[in-house]
Design a protein around this ligand. Sequence first.
Ligand SMILES: [Fe+2]
Ligand SMILES: [Fe+2]
Length: 191
Amino acid sequence: MKDYEFIKNEVKSLLKQERYIHSLNVEKEAIKLGKKYGEDEFKCKIAGIAHDCVKNFTNDKLYEMAHEYGINIDIIQKYSPQLMHGPVGAAYCKDKFEIDDKDILNAIYYHTTGRGNMSLLEKIIYIADLIEEGRNFQGVNELRKKAYEDIDEAILMSCNLTIEYVLQRRLLIHPLTIELRNTLILEGTNE
Ligand SMILES: [Fe+2]
Ligand SMILES: [Fe+2]
């Protein structure tokens, strides 16, 4: 794997300033969450800085790269092309940054949609992306607090927010987000 400084510089050159700052913030938040929940700090750092590396590519470029990397585009991603930046970002990280840790790649792949039975690192990146210090939306402070009390409950809250967001805007709900929500609720009933 390329070293952290290399990855950080690449990410900086790939992203607009605002998105780069967001990436630094996600890295910072992910490390904090990692400390709280006992995840490997370095994995949090790498997945955090790299998670949005292809976010500023055009939709056409994302399609092209998905094709190149042999990623299947589902109908929801066709309708909402920005959903591709997770899967394409993971393939890009493997290719250009030579990241081969499956957990880091999955955390990047699934950071937007989530999925059922996420690993701890996947959960950390998913939630760090939403609560980093630059985020400002209704309910963010509640979510920040919850993230450090009960990460699963915080993810369930974010799932609900995401679903409300897409409903209000007549967007499609990705089945992986539904799978994530269902899994969390089912797990909750077994407590
Ligand atoms: Fe993202
Ligand atoms: Fe992000």
